[in-house]
Design a protein around this ligand. Sequence first.
Ligand SMILES: Nc1nc2c(ncn2[C@@H]2O[C@H](COP(=O)(O)OP(=O)(O)OP(=O)(O)O)[C@@H](O)[C@H]2O)c(=O)[nH]1
Ligand SMILES: [Mg+2]
Length: 475
Amino acid sequence: MSQEAKIDRSPKPLRVLLVQTIGQGETRDHAERLAEEIERLALSAGLHPVGRRYFSLPRPHPGTYLGKGNLEILASEVIEHEAELVLFNHALTPVQQRNLEKALAAKVSDRTGVILEIFSARAQTREGRLQVELAALLYQQSRLVRSWTHLERQKGGVGLRGGPGETQIEVDRRLIRERIRQLEKRLETVQRTRALQRRARQEVPFFSAALVGYTNAGKSTLFNRLTGAAVLVEDQLFATLDPTVRRIRLPNGEKIILSDTVGFIRDLPHQLVAAFRATLEETLEADLLLHVVDLSDPEWEAQQEAVEETLRELEVGDKPLLTLYNKADRLSSDASGLIERMRARANALVISAVSGTGLDTLLATLGERSRGNCRLINLRLPVTDGALLARLCREGQVLERYDDETHMFLTLAVTPIARGRLENDIQPFLVHPHTAEMHAEETSTAVTPAVETPAEQVPEAKPPVEEDSATHPDG
Ligand SMILES: Nc1nc2c(ncn2[C@@H]2O[C@H](COP(=O)(O)OP(=O)(O)OP(=O)(O)O)[C@@H](O)[C@H]2O)c(=O)[nH]1
Ligand SMILES: [Mg+2]
């Protein structure tokens, strides 16, 4: 991927000076925590932070963001720190960026630039790389004001030459549009493949839960803990980029699908969210979102809000969601009030993915949720129909069974999807639960809501926790 302030990943990391402004009504504390985040982003991008500079700034200056006086101060700090790059924890307009580079005689990048840089370094799969390139181009398209040297390089490949009279910017615009179209087409193919894989998984339609949350909240740690997988866990931002999906068996015997994916961050450029739709598909289609929040981070509330906002942007804001307040082990003893308050929240649990606190409750809750998704049906089959019985065992869970000489009587828990798939085959054998004698249902109504009861009434199934087979959509 190419970015205006291309960050060098050679052995000697670029020396970077971080700039954080303190807006009207903002506290120094808050600004410091934001600066810590941009520093972590810089580290995750392989940069070498050499200093932080705060500026009180009621409102950004349109030309240089900082204004003349501040700019002079910053310029001397650049020299003092021998900084090669100045990283603003704010969105800069292309004009500001250009003016700043001129005035500071150093490269200048903003928050989005560094996030895109991390993503481009982390993208492992073809899909990931395509998405990052798309995000970068969408970002550039909206800011294109001058010649972009990286596009010069691509011209040969794209095979376009500007006609006479076309300015450099017009050529670049056209190249970018062209490339964006290409990428979108390729991503569509990838997405189709992924959809097929997902459908294959849904053949056995398990309840699915997706981990979401701020970057570094502990999603992968929790994923590994619950699935026994070894997804990369790092104390750095955006450790995970590509999604991983696994099947786990809960203590009550239920099997569910769990997925781990890319984390979110505040002010996530929306081009990035849009470009990552394919990766996030796993999340978008889950039955339940598990929102992991790092309760030990002083900024946890703002982070939780940023994630919820991104979920709304992805149009999954009204999906069932369970908030997991993580890293409880890192809280000091005087935080017990906070823990109690979080525990009291609806649809929330306090956990520690590292110490294991609260994970039993989490598993039990997942069991309840997955079962709540199922419906119960009662069936009366001829004992000779082994094929149908086998199919029922595959599609659902047989909770009760007794046989007489001619028939088997079954109580089956099935998800709505499986229920739909079985519909035609089981129709003749459905039994009304209130008819004590369980004789075959004669009336052949197309829909049969009367024979279903909510699955919460099901007796507990017993097998112990055990790990199950793994699937990786990119495998
Ligand atoms: N003390 C403590 N540390 C935790 C806990 N959960 C995660 N961590 C640490 O937090 C850091 C980030 O964990 P990850 O699991 O990589 O976080 P993530 O949410 O997957 O992050 P991204 O993939 O970057 O979005 C690691 O250093 C973990 O060891 C916890 O419950 N307690
Ligand atoms: Mg992760």
